[in-house]
Design a protein around this ligand. Sequence first.
Ligand code: BG6
Length: 370
Amino acid sequence: EKGGFASFMDKEIHDQPQAVADTLLGRFDPAGNLQLSEMNIDESLLKSIDKIVVIACGTAAYAGQVARYAIEHWCRIPTEVELAHEFRYRDPVVNEKTLVVAVSQSGETMDTLMAVRHAREQGAKVIAICNTYGSTIPRESDGVLYTHAGPEIAVASTKAFLSQVVACYLLGLYLAQLRGNKFRDEIQVILNELQTIPEKIERILTEIKPRVGEFAREHQDEQSVLFLGRHVGYPVAMEGALKLKELAYIHAEGFAAGELKHGPIALIDSGQMVFIVVPSSRGRDSLHAKVVSNIQEVRARGANTVVIAEEGDTEVEQYASEVFYVPQTFTLLAPLLTTVPLQIFAMDLATAKGLDVDQPRNLAKSVTVE
Ligand code: BG6
């Protein structure tokens, strides 16, 4: 069943181009517009919502964080992301004009389910983004957008995460389309770019994966690893840290790169490994320069800087101990690529330590208690 791979996780990492492609499949009408009627929520209602709240746990919550950047930018609808178990018990402000998006691979996570029930009791409409047909969360939601990642066996999520991110993009673009936002042409351009992502992931798997693996094996004695990212690179950094904790039992933390100077920089001393997820240098904004100066700052304090950057971004090389380049894409879509080397790093390092990457200690694939 592992299809010749060493682990389910290895197989599932290789399934990712297909998982992304399949999640995009069948969502378009003949004119090429997005068609998400499976969501089963009245269009007029979707036009009238004034807030979106994404609720999820674990890796799914990082998919939600990526969604916030995309949905707010494309739709101009205020969007919050919250861990389901925190949302449920803080008396959140939700009502008929709130769209709650519950992201769950299994559809059985009790924390997320309780948050869904609470949101519906307050009158909110709930859409589930889920990978498991007929599971509880979609059944108890108003509508569902299925991710088509196929069964995910390894406990720590990889391909389900990427397909959740894709589903969130589709939801955001659909809402933008529905609400007649100005940038209709831009929607098509983004959808076209999304179609190129599977091939770009494939390139990471063939061209970069062996080098990341070798690098991971050389660093199997690492005691602590930090991950920095900004904008959509921030949830990617958090996810990179989570994967390393889950699989390799190494202390790891993700930070917003801009927060570095407000505290975490005190952690940096000689030899500290720091991954930095660098945004595109082709954007109009100055994020790239800011993150590059973060690399410089930690490097100046002796950090071992491991940079994930876009192909062609040679500027990072002068401050990087190691660079892993991923193919170019739009800034908001970059998590579909920059996450992959971090997954591979965690898996290969854990494997080098002799750990079971499919069944990490103390973890369950789906947690059905609160
Ligand atoms: C955790 C799993 O318990 O639940 C994680 O170990 C997962 O891998 C999280 O991300 C959320 O699960 P689900 O099924 O709701 O996406």
